[in-house]
Design a protein around this ligand. Structure first.
Ligand SMILES: [Zn+2]
Length: 153
């Protein structure tokens, strides 16, 4: 999930692997344990449908992004969800973290739709419908709009 000005989103496409296997992999942050949130969401909203997934904080970068912030990505072929480490801060509400992780998890269960030119539509109508059904959806989107600047430099 990414946000640019309004809210533009991005998903890591299969095949676009990160340049390196990241060291310091881990789900425990200072404020959030990603695994704990993932497991809870998996139980409540997905009936444990996501199996053998890894969820981890992404690599910390030297600098915050300037105008394009990717909150989370999913690599479905490797079953890895990565959450941006800048979200591990005290001002980030738990329900926002839940929304970010829910969004990525939803990609794992809602099929993409192939489009012309080999592209794939990932935020399909079905996806958006299910995303809107998430209890904190509106609240989270509003929070995202209002707080995006805090993650950029
Ligand atoms: Zn997405």
């Amino acid at each position: 999930m990414a946000a640019k000005k309004k809210t533009k989103r991005k998903i890591a496409h299969p095949g676009s692997r990160p340049l390196q296997r990241q060291l310091g992999f881990g789900h425990e942050g200072q404020y959030f344990d990603l695994r704990q949130i993932f497991d809870r969401l998996n139980e409540i909203y997905f009936n444990h449908a996501l199996r053998r997934y890894t969820i981890t904080w992404g690599r910390r970068r030297a600098q915050a992004p300037r105008e394009y912030f990717v909150f989370g990505t999913i690599q479905e072929e490797d079953r890895i969800i990565r959450i941006h480490p800048l979200l591990d801060q005290d001002f980030v509400p738990v329900w926002f973290m839940e929304y970010v992780i829910f969004h990525e998890m939803l990609h794992a269960v809602v099929p993409d739709i192939p489009m012309a030119g080999g592209r794939r539509k990932v935020h399909t109508e079905e996806f958006l419908r299910r995303e809107r059904a998430f209890p904190y959806y509106r609240k989270a989107r509003r929070w995202e709009e209002e707080n995006l600047a805090r993650f950029l430099r």
